[in-house]
Design a protein around this ligand. Structure first.
Ligand SMILES: Cc1cc2nc3c(=O)[nH]c(=O)nc-3n(C[C@H](O)[C@H](O)[C@H](O)COP(=O)(O)OP(=O)(O)OC[C@H]3O[C@@H](n4cnc5c(N)ncnc54)[C@H](O)[C@@H]3O)c2cc1C
Length: 386
C-alpha cells in the first residue's frame, strides 16, 4: 500500500553515497525530499575505498567528517612503482587543506555513516521502490514508481537522479550518455596479508602484464585492484597471491584472508546534460570513469552537496540561475575527471617496451620536479575543484 504523498517538492532516486549525501545536505537546509531506492537494503559492499581531501572539505556541511576520520585510515603517500623501484612519489601532506591525506574507508562504511546522519536529521530512505518512467512537464516531472506489483505516479517539482551508471532517470528523461567501454577487465579483492611496504602509502605497480594497486584499509586490511586481459571465473586467493608475487615488490608477501572480491568492467561516459527541464543528475548517473585515482564516488558526493543550495533557491524562489551555474561547473569538472582518469588508465596500461621506457623516463622527470608531482597530487585530491 502506498505510504507516501502523491506529490513532492523534491524527489531523489537512489540511496548510494551520492543520494545519501544530497538528502543530508537538503535536510541541513530545512528541506524534506522524498527519497526512494529500489533495493531493500544498501548494497553493503566495499567498492570505492578512498575519500579525497576536497570531499572531506565538502562533507563538513553535513556533519559527518568527525565520524569518517574516526573510522578511516589516513594515507599520505602514493607511489608509482615497477616492482620495488619507485618511479614517482606523491605526497599529500603539504597540500593546503585541513585534510592533507586520502582517507581510506570502504564504501559500505561511508554509506552507513551517511545513512546514520540522515536519520539524525529526521530523514529516511523508502526502500524497495523502483522508478520505472518519467514524464517531463512544464512545472515539474511525473515519476512512475513501482513497489512489488503496485505502481503509482508521483508529481515532483524537481527530480534528482542519483541512481547510478544505468540511471533510469537519465534514460527516461532522454539524456544521452556519451563515451566508450575499456577493453581490460578490472578485478579487486579486500584481503589481510603480510606485506613488505608501509601502511601509510598506496602503491600502484606497473608491469608488462598489467597494473596492480595495493592500498591499506582500516583493520589491517588491504585493497588490491588489478587489470587482467580476462577475469577468471574463480577469483580465488591463489590467483591474487600469484598476482601479488608477480607484480609486487620484493620481500615477504602472503595473503592470509580474503574478504571480498569482484570483477568489474569499466566505461568512461558523461551525460550530455545534468540539468534538463526539472530533472537533475548527480554521481554515476551523470558520469562514470576508470577507478584510476579513486575519483568516482568523490566526484558524485561533491556534485550532490554542491547542488543543495541552488536547488533550495530554485524550490523556494523559482530562481534557477544557481542551478544553471551548478550544472555548467559540475559538467566541466566531470569532463576533466574523465579526461584525467582516462589518460592515467592509458598510461598505466602501456604494454610495448618502448612505450614503457618513454613513460618511465617522463615519470622520472616529473619526480625530479617537486612542483609537477605536487600539481598532480592537487588534481587527485580534487582541491583544484574548490
Ligand atoms: C566493484 C566496484 C569497485 C569500485 N571501486 C571504486 C574505487 O575504488 N574508487 C571509486 O571512486 N569508485 C569505485 N567504484 C565506483 C563507485 O562505487 C561509484 O562511483 C559510486 O558507488 C557511485 O555512487 P552513486 O551513489 O552515484 O551510485 P550507486 O552507488 O550506483 O547508487 C545508485 C543507487 O540507486 C539505486 N537505483 C538504481 N536504479 C534505481 C531505480 N530505477 N529506482 C530506484 N532506485 C534505483 C540503486 O539501488 C543504488 O542504491 C567501484 C564500483 C564497483 C562496482
Amino acid at each position: 500500500m502506498q505510504s507516501w504523498p502523491g506529490e513532492t517538492e523534491i524527489l531523489i532516486i537512489g540511496a548510494g553515497p551520492t543520494g545519501l549525501a544530497l538528502a543530508c545536505a537538503l535536510r541541513e537546509l530545512g528541506l524534506k525530499p522524498l527519497h526512494f531506492d529500489k533495493h531493500l537494503e544498501g548494497l553493503n559492499s566495499s567498492r570505492a575505498a578512498v575519500i579525497h581531501p576536497r570531499t572531506l572539505e565538502v562533507l563538513e556541511a553535513i556533519g559527518v567528517v568527525p565520524t569518517l576520520l574516526q573510522e578511516g585510515l589516513r594515507m599520505e603517500k602514493f607511489r608509482l612503482r615497477e616492482g620495488s623501484k619507485v618511479l614517482l612519489q606523491m605526497d599529500f601532506s603539504p597540500l593546503p587543506t585541513a585534510y592533507p591525506f586520502a582517507l581510506m574507508i570502504p564504501q559500505q562504511d561511508t554509506e552507513r555513516i551517511l545513512m546514520a546522519r540522515l536519520r539524525e536529521l529526521g530523514g529516511e530512505v523508502i526502500r524497495g521502490v523502483e522508478l520505472t518512467d518519467v514524464k517531463m512537464e512544464r512545472e515539474g516531472v511525473k515519476a512512475l514508481v513501482r513497489r512489488g506489483t503496485e505502481e503509482h505516479w508521483i508529481h515532483a517539482r524537481w527530480l534528482v537522479g542519483c541512481d547510478g551508471g544505468r540511471s533510469s532517470v537519465r534514460q527516461r528523461a532522454g539524456i544521452g550518455f556519451e563515451g566508450e567501454p575499456y577493453e581490460q577487465d578490472f578485478i579487486l579483492a579486500d584481503v589481510k596479508m603480510v606485506w613488505p611496504l608501509r601502511r601509510d602509502e598506496a602503491s600502484l605497480f606497473l608491469s608488462p602484464e598489467g597494473m596492480m594497486l595495493v592500498a591499506p584499509l582500516p583493520g589491517d586490511h588491504f585493497r588490491i585492484v588489478a587489470t587482467v586481459a580476462q577475469a577468471p571465473q574463480d577469483l580465488s586467493l591463489p590467483f591474487f597471491q600469484s598476482l601479488v608475487d608477480r607484480r609486487g615488490p620484493s620481500g615477504a608477501k602472503r595473503i592470509t584472508e580474503m574478504f571480498w572480491t569482484s570483477p568489474f568492467h569499466l566505461q568512461h561516459r558523461v551525460a550530455s546534460s545534468n540539468f534538463l527541464g526539472r530533472v537533475l543528475l548527480c554521481g554515476d548517473a551523470a558520469h562514470v570513469h576508470s577507478p584510476a585515482g579513486g575519483q568516482g564516488m568523490n566526484t558524485g558526493i561533491q556534485d550532490a552537496v554542491s547542488l543543495a543550495k541552488p536547488l533550495r533557491r530554485a524550490a523556494l524562489t523559482g530562481d534557477e540561475a544557481g542551478l544553471r551555474e551548478w550544472s555548467k561547473s559540475r559538467h566541466r569538472i566531470a569532463k576533466e575527471v574523465i579526461s584525467l582518469t582516462h589518460r592515467m588508465t592509458l598510461a598505466i596500461g602501456l604494454s610495448q617496451p618502448w612505450q614503457r621506457v618513454l613513460r618511465n623516463m617522463i615519470l622520472g622527470v616529473i619526480s625530479r620536479l617537486p612542483g609537477l608531482s605536487q600539481k598532480f597530487a592537487r588534481k587527485l585530491s580534487e582541491i583544484d575543484y574548490r
